[in-house]
Design a protein around this ligand. Structure first.
Ligand code: GDP
Ligand code: MG
Length: 327
């Protein structure tokens, strides 16, 4: 099907992420797409902890973006891709916008949020049901007025009296002209079909951007590091996760087995002991849970070895951040 029959998006809408995309000629079955096919980038934004990464995972039906109760779990921009017979949705998960603790890491994350807003056709602004304060309004201020912004009210499973959602939505809608308002529970998969439908209506006509079988733009190596980092967030106390990072030192395919050596970098000797735990039990649990996630995602056996290493001050060192893959 000749692409000239479709709308062309302005080139600068997605140039900056073009390098991560497939060569259009290599994308399979593009020629069997219906004339009405739509595609585009959808940024998921909102303050930390409202459920952005959970929403992305449940919208595409695969866990690729890590989640936890702790703010700042998501440090990188990651694309989650969903393709059906009518559309290709490229969701862009973003770190929550940080207003506190402006070290090099957080400044970098804020840049990721603002730059991902430039490159998308649709924006999803996520709120937690019945919670709306100045932290949400800070994010709202950054949203574009020249593209559709959908308000997603998440975690409605926690609201007993669903009638309250109407007045809540009305109140928020006074501050911004939303294209649609969709209450959902990402975690319980409630109303996600409605959300996908609403999003499809706002995507521009277009061809496949990624291969129709792709679920993310990130490598298995990157995803492996993220799965491990999630377990550090989930299985350790409050202060620890923010001063740790994960690097994959080896990632080898041996037949169908993935052999992975990973290091958790920590700032302080005391943190190292906390991660390893009594008789190494903590580290063992972290590694086991991470391996199970990897096996599910990669659909194959994983041999995972995890080391803990001391590396001081990494969160404030721009050079180290680059070597860890932060933008
Ligand atoms: N009850 C409930 N919890 C949710 C829902 N969606 C996400 N969460 C939880 O909210 C916390 C933050 O989620 P996460 O996706 O990491 O938020 P993010 O920082 O916005 O990416 C996690 O503990 C999730 O399990 C939901 O629909 N209902
Ligand atoms: Mg997140």
């Amino acid at each position: 099907m000749p692409s000239s029959r479709r709308h062309k998006r302005p080139a600068n809408n997605y140039r900056s992420i073009m390098t991560e995309q497939k060569d259009p000629a290599s994308i399979s079955q593009a020629d069997s797409l219906p004339e009405t096919f739509r595609s585009g980038f959808i940024a998921i934004v909102g303050r930390p902890n409202v459920g952005k990464s959970t929403l992305l995972n449940h919208l595409i039906g695969q866990k690729i973006s890590i989640t936890s109760r702790k703010a700042q779990t998501t440090r990188h921009r990651i694309h989650g891709i969903l393709t059906d017979e009518h559309a290709q949705f490229v969701f862009v998960d973003t770190p929550g916008f940080q207003t506190k603790h402006l070290n090099a890491l957080n400044r970098g994350m804020n840049r990721v949020v603002t730059s991902s807003l430039r490159d998308v056709q649709v924006v999803v602004f996520v709120l937690e049901a019945l919670r709306y304060d100045e932290r949400d309004q800070e994010v709202l201020k950054l949203l574009p007025d020249n593209r559709p912004v959908l308000l997603v009210i998440n975690k409605i499973d926690e609201v007993e009296d669903k009638g309250q959602l109407f007045s809540f939505a009305e109140r928020v809608a006074q501050d911004f002209k939303f294209a649609e308002i969709v209450p959902v529970s990402a975690k319980k998969d409630t109303k996600l079909d409605e959300l996908r439908e609403a999003l499809r209506r706002h995507l521009p006509p277009g061809d496949l951007i990624f291969d129709k079988d792709d679920i993310t733009d990130r490598s298995e190596r990157f995803l492996a590091a993220e799965m491990l980092r999630e377990k550090v967030f989930r299985f350790t106390g409050d202060e620890l996760p923010y001063s740790t990072s994960v690097v994959i030192e080896q990632f080898k395919m041996e037949g169908k087995l993935r052999r992975i050596h990973a290091a958790i970098l920590v700032d302080k000797e005391a943190h190292k002991a906390m991660l390893i735990g009594k008789k190494g039990e903590k580290l063992k649990e972290i590694a086991t849970q991470a391996r199970l996630d990897m096996e599910k995602l990669f659909d194959g056996k994983v041999y995972l070895e995890v080391f803990v290493k001391l590396r001081s001050g990494w969160a404030d060192d721009a050079r180290v951040l680059r070597s860890l893959g932060y933008e």
